[in-house]
Design a protein around this ligand. Structure first.
Ligand SMILES: [Zn+2]
Length: 271
């Protein structure tokens, strides 16, 4: 698919003019091309697994073996996923200094694997695990030997372990949310990619950016946000690489003498 859209050029211009930089806010849509199933919506994980039964903090306390069965399956799916061209494009934009932060609702870690260093994970990650009540936290690699236990338990206090991702019935952790708000108050462009941003409190982030003077753009197959400066309809894995291309200088200084030589040669031929 080619992205031919005047809005893409307007967005590229906004990124070029942005003095304070661009923040990218991502959701499930950015990872679908990586084979990560969406959670909500048609065919999503929550149409097959009732979140109250498999992914809530209450369920983990009531029936940890059942919830851990689901968490292990989810982990296998995430481990098999690889960054797609959308992740690679966002990493390229950070590498050239255009993107100052990525705020994500995803727990798949694919932005980091693509090369982004400044990633704020609103829903946590399972690179670490903590016990339910004891406050002991472990790197995943340190408790890997417990991975096949029906219910992995804290090596220190024996309590049930939980990956540090936000389960249903839990609040979003405060620290990453505050960092996200700070990043959004200090950017000139907010790119909302592959999310309907309809779940609070994350849903209020685009409004925060707009009130602080940023222009807000949406990249999504279907327009979902109301108050935006532009929507580019399409999959993130198509639109973002096209945006990187649109940002490249059309002709570098080095090619101009070559072009002039080419023109002269052409005229010589014609004459
Ligand atoms: Zn513990």
């Amino acid at each position: 698919m080619t992205v031919a859209d005047a809005d893409l050029d307007r967005l590229a211009d906004a990124l070029r003019r942005s003095a304070r930089g661009t923040v990218v806010f991502t959701g499930a849509g950015v990872s679908i091309a990586s084979g990560v199933p969406s959670f909500r919506g048609q065919g999503g994980l929550w149409t097959r697994y009732d979140p109250a039964e498999y992914a809530s903090i209450a369920a983990l306390r009531a029936d940890p073996a059942k919830v851990w069965g689901f968490l292990r399956e989810l982990r296998r799916t995430l481990d098999a996923a690889v960054p797609n061209p959308a992740h690679t494009a966002i990493a390229a934009l950070e590498a050239v200094g255009a993107v100052t932060a990525v705020v994500t609702q995803n727990i798949d870690g694919l932005h980091q694997r693509a090369g982004n260093a400044r990633v704020i994970e609103l829903h946590g990650s399972d690179r670490t695990l903590s016990c339910l009540d004891g406050g002991h936290t472990f790197d995943r690699s340190d408790v890997e030997h417990l991975a096949d236990d029906p219910v992995p338990c804290c090596p220190t206090c024996g309590d049930v372990l939980k990956p540090d991702v936000v389960l249903f019935g839990e609040q979003l952790p405060q620290a990453p949310f505050r960092r996200a708000e700070h990043a959004l108050r200090h950017c000139d462009v907010l790119l909302v990619v592959g999310t309907s941003a309809e779940v609070y409190p994350a849903a209020r982030l685009p409004g925060t950016a707009r009130r602080c003077g940023a222009s807000v753009w949406e990249i999504n197959p279907v327009a979902e946000l109301g108050d935006v400066d532009g929507t580019i309809r399409g999959g993130a894995e198509d639109v973002l690489p096209a945006l990187v291309e649109a940002l490249r200088p059309v002709r570098s200084w080095r090619t101009i003498p070559r072009m002039l030589r080419g023109l002269r040669a052409e005229r010589w031929f014609r004459d």
